[in-house]
Ligand binder design. Structure first.
Ligand SMILES: [Zn+2]
Ligand SMILES: [Zn+2]
Length: 489
């Protein structure tokens, strides 16, 4: 990830270039460490981390040479549970309050004395930010993933071709004021999505009620800029928190945003938002996705708007929520599945991901792939899954006569352990896999007549890397079938 806030420090021993670099970018935390390089005459030294402190996102730092020849640095510190060696905490100084329950246990200004290594001063050469990013990456606590397989990203179906795109639909920056110590600036997120996350699409879903109008406009603008200037397709969106709970709204046309914002801010309950959207925005231009946490369970069915709510979040950083999703589906709601991160600090999974089978690599195609429920959820690994039943693809509904034949295509980034098939929320078949890619065909001979939905849960081994969860998991969106009696003859 690209370093920021470079400063030159001149001392008796020579020149030093100091900059900040996010500490846990791979883990999606944006607290930073101070790093430095020194000129060697024909280039720059290996990057070196100064001190042990983790700086608060989006705050400046000061660094000077002391009379004792040592380097002194002062910054707003995040505690993050890291030990501070050789540093001196100045408590009782102006502290920055956070709304965090977890991320920051102590707010403090941290002053560190850093030993200045003796470096001869020689003529400097240009140093690129990319070089700094590369030279300091070897010191991060997160080893780079090794030898993970890349899954096949194309799919041909009914004469059409789809491309598999991966993205995160639920993230917060410091604008949301939830875990501000960890969440970073909106620009940090844009950088993260482009440089670290290797994502095809991305959405910052800030809590609208905590954002100023200016913050919201900037977030929306940045999504358009990110889409134009990089390979990341950024959707517009924000999170709402009115009864019965938390819901994320998405749109692609920036001009629609104003109406969605006013529809939310002028409503006390979620069910009041829908009729406003019906009259204010073009049909099909807005998508809403609920998530489980903080979501009151009362009135869920009464407040559900199937014309906007085509998906629910079944995986996020806090875990898998199959039971919650089945409760909604059991009420007759036809919602596909997505995975998304939300806040990633100290969570069960470092992130949630959504795979979308998109017709093209544009954000309009991502949006229509989401609305078509051609989606699956994972807890981070870029797996590939596609479920069909009786030829009806995941996210679709159809009619069949007699026992449905199910087909599950699956591929992992490591070896697949097993596949589970669920009918109406109940486990009906388990298949041990043991290969990295497989196609499972299975007939549900016990399927009762009437309405049924099927989905698959596919498990793979752990990916490499410190922060990966112990297993990888993917959920296909359901297939909805009306099962009739076997045709005679
Ligand atoms: Zn929420
Ligand atoms: Zn959230």
């Amino acid at each position: 990830m690209i370093p920021t806030a470079p400063k030159l420090v001149v001392g008796e021993a020579g020149i030093r270039l100091v900059y900040r670099r996010p500490e846990h970018a791979e883990y999606m935390g944006f607290g930073w460490g101070l790093w430095s390089v020194t000129p060697t005459g024909d280039g720059w030294s290996q990057a070196e981390r100064l001190g042990t402190a983790v700086g608060f996102p989006d705050t400046p730092y000061g660094v000077v040479n002391g009379k004792d020849g040592a380097l002194w640095a002062a910054a707003h510190a995040c505690a993050y549970g890291h030990p501070v060696n050789g540093g001196e905490r100045v408590t009782g100084t102006p502290s920055r309050r956070t709304f965090s329950k977890h991320a920051v246990s102590e707010d403090a200004v941290l002053v560190e004395r850093v030993e200045e290594p003796a470096v001869a001063h020689k003529a400097s050469t240009p140093v690129s930010l990319r070089t700094l990013a590369a030279s300091s990456s070897g010191r991060t606590p997160n080893p780079a993933p090794q030898s993970l397989a890349t899954v096949e990203r194309s799919l041909a179906r009914d004469g059409r071709k789809y491309e598999l795109l991966f993205g995160d639909l639920h993230r917060h920056s410091a604008y949301s004021k939830c875990l501000a110590a960890n969440d970073g600036d909106v620009v940090d997120h844009a950088r993260w999505a482009r440089d670290v996350g290797e994502l095809d699409f991305y959405a910052l879903t800030e809590h609208m009620e905590y954002m100023s109008y200016g913050e919201w406009r900037w977030t929306d603008r940045l999504a358009s800029l990110l889409t134009r200037d990089s390979r990341v397709l950024a959707l517009h969106g924000f999170e709402t928190a009115i009864p019965p709970g938390h819901t994320n709204f998405f749109y692609v046309d920036e001009r629609v945003g104003e109406a969605v914002r006013v529809a939310y801010l002028s409503s006390d309950r979620l069910e009041d938002v829908w009729p406003k959207l019906d009259s204010w925005v073009p049909e099909g231009s807005v998508l809403a996705i609920r998530h489980h946490q903080g979501h009151g369970q009362a009135n869920v069915a009464q407040t559900f708007a199937p014309r906007y709510e085509l998906l629910v979040e079944i995986i996020q950083c806090r875990g898998e929520y199959r039971g919650w999703a089945d409760r909604l589906l059991g009420l007759g709601l036809e919602a596909g599945f997505v995975g998304a991160t939300d806040h990633a600090y100290a969570a069960a999974f470092p992130r949630g991901l959504t795979g979308v089978w998109a017709a093209e690599r544009t954000r309009e195609s991502v949006f229509s792939g989401l609305r078509a429920r051609r989606t699956f959820a994972t807890n981070g690994p870029k797996m590939r899954v596609f479920l069909s039943a009786f030829g009806v693809g995941m996210g679709e509904r159809g009619t069949c006569h007699g026992a449905p034949d199910l087909e599950l295509e699956m591929e992992g980034t490591t070896r697949l352990d097993r596949a589970e098939l669920y009918r109406n929320g109940k486990l009906v078949h388990v298949e041990e896999i043991g290969e990295r890619a497989a196609t499972l065909r299975w007939r549900d001979g016990n399927a009762p007549q009437g309405r049924a939905y099927y989905y698959a849960r596919v498990l793979q081994g752990r990916e490499h890397g410190t922060f990966q969860p112990h297993y990888g998991v993917a959920y296909t969106s359901p297939v909805w079938l009306h099962i009739g009696a076997e045709a005679a003859g």
